[in-house]
Design a protein around this ligand. Structure first.
Ligand SMILES: Cc1cc2nc3c(=O)[nH]c(=O)nc-3n(C[C@H](O)[C@H](O)[C@H](O)COP(=O)(O)OP(=O)(O)OC[C@H]3O[C@@H](n4cnc5c(N)ncnc54)[C@H](O)[C@@H]3O)c2cc1C
Length: 412
């Protein structure tokens, strides 16, 4: 990386572009990929402290650490995110209620600014820069390397209980009951179900297996979407069929399985180019979090509005976040329930639906996730993230993103 960047147009650091929206993009500027900054610097097998360059992916870390009994303390649903990207979005995983966000496990990193200055940041050294950079959307500078405290696990395999539940009330009861005994919880929602089955789905809860349990091997089968179909394969017919089959894939109420960690944490990573099934127009994600006290009413309303709009998603995920505080100045996860959905992009129809969903999120005191966003309004962003102006004061003057321009620099 050059010592000092002298160009007229702005820059943006980019990891592996696994963010769904425009927070990892910069129209009219230069995106600097950190993917080739992918070397390990130090790994203490005794303590689990790992230092690596920011472009190292979570998959790279697992490849080195897992055979030594160490695991990622927090992982998003893709192992192809980089360390830099995971810090900049302060990502969360299925164990948020136990371990909080990725930022909770970062012990230090180096931040390089475009004026050539570099500072090591940690909770005790340059602490304000540390907090601003966690969840800082890449705006405070380039993270060149980071140190993470990995987690010792008895076995990287997971014992999973999969529970077929009948409605939202059952989802919340299962979440509450599972919070203490299970490290990982998440639910798939059949968002086409309505009436007294609204919110039905499959609730998965899991813990790492015991040390003596045999480790299942990693699945070899990788699926591929080798071509771009001319139209989206996700339509009301295919959605109905998929959701029905998926909900009924399990006859019994509860099933038990010991599985390799990979298909449990990263199911989509097994389908190469899965995004192609949405056709040339692609898709948008919508991920919100709703405070606990309003969760059931607001999630009901969101699912109803999606149903009335005759829209659907087969990747609909519900999870209750815990209250472990993040050290980040701005972070998406907060106590409450998060709902994430993928929608095939249908132009104005999609935007109209998102406006309707936003109304519910705003009224319920919730927030949207920048890493999954391509539509959030500036006024909403500022209300969801009251420290946005403070982040702006830490922003490198030569760095911005299409997302930041949309939510902070436009009056839309
Ligand atoms: C299948 C799938 C499942 C997912 N599941 C989850 C989930 O469960 N939880 C969750 O939280 N997220 C989830 N995500 C989103 C993903 O984890 C985040 O968007 C993550 O930040 C992507 O990392 P990346 O390396 O691809 O970064 P990019 O998408 O390239 O960039 C993300 C941000 O990081 C900044 N950045 C990247 N590298 C650096 C650096 N070196 N220095 C400074 N800034 C940098 C960029 O400027 C940008 O603002 C999922 C994504 C996919 C595709």
């Amino acid at each position: 990386m050059p010592k000092q960047l002298n160009q007229d147009s702005p820059f943006l650091p980019q990891g592996n572009s696994r963010s769904y929206g425009d927070s990892c993009m910069l129209q009219g500027g230069t995106v600097l990929s950190t993917r080739f900054m992918n070397r390990f610097i130090e790994f203490d097998v005794g303590t689990g402290l790992m230092r690596c360059e920011a472009g190292v992916t979570l998959a790279d870390i697992l490849a080195v650490a897992e055979p030594q009994g160490w695991f990622l303390p927090v992982t998003p649903g893709t192992k192809f995110a980089t360390v830099g990207g995971s810090i900049a979005n302060d990502v969360h995983g299925k164990n948020h209620h136990v371990e909080g966000t990725f930022g909770c496990h970062v012990t230090q990193f180096e931040l390089l600014r475009t004026d050539g200055s570099a500072r090591v940041c940690s909770p005790t050294e340059n602490a304000e820069w540390f907090a601003a950079t966690l969840g800082g959307l890449g705006l405070t500078g380039f993270i060149t390397w980071a140190e993470i405290q990995l987690k010792k696990v008895p076995n990287s395999a997971v014992n999973v209980e999969n529970i077929k539940y009948r409605n939202l009330a059952e989802f919340f009861a299962l979440s509450e009951e599972s919070e203490e005994k299970f490290e990982y919880t998440v639910a798939w929602v059949d968002c086409l179900a309505s009436g007294n089955q609204l919110g039905r789905g499959h609730f998965s809860r899991a813990n790492h297996a015991r040390p003596t349990q045999p480790k299942p091997s990693a699945p070899k089968l990788k699926l591929d979407m080798p071509v771009d179909p001319p139209v989206s394969m996700v339509n009301s017919l295919s959605l109905k069929a998929f959701n029905w089959l998926y909900y009924n894939r399990q006859r019994e109420r509860v099933s038990y399985q010991t599985t390799h960690y990979d298909p449990f944490f990263y199911p989509l990573d097994h389908v190469h180019n899965w995004n192609r099934m949405y056709g040339p127009k692609g898709f948008l994600q919508y991920q919100c979090v709703i405070p606990m006290e309003n969760s059931e009413a607001a999630i009901t309303e969101l699912l109803q509005r999606i149903g009335y709009a005759n829209y659907g998603s087969f990747l609909a995920v519900l999870k209750v976040f815990g209250d472990v505080p993040s050290p980040a100045l701005n972070s998406f996860p907060r106590p409450g329930t998060t709902l994430a959905l993928d929608f095939p992009y249908k132009g104005l129809q999609t935007m109209h639906l998102f406006d309707q969903l936003d109304e519910v999120v705003v009224q319920a005191g919730g927030a949207l996730y920048p890493a999954k966003d391509a539509h959030m309004k500036a006024e909403h962003f500022k209300s969801f993230y009251p420290n946005a102006e403070k982040l702006e004061s830490f922003r490198d003057p030569n760095i911005t993103s299409s997302f930041w321009q949309r939510v902070m620099e436009s009056n839309l």
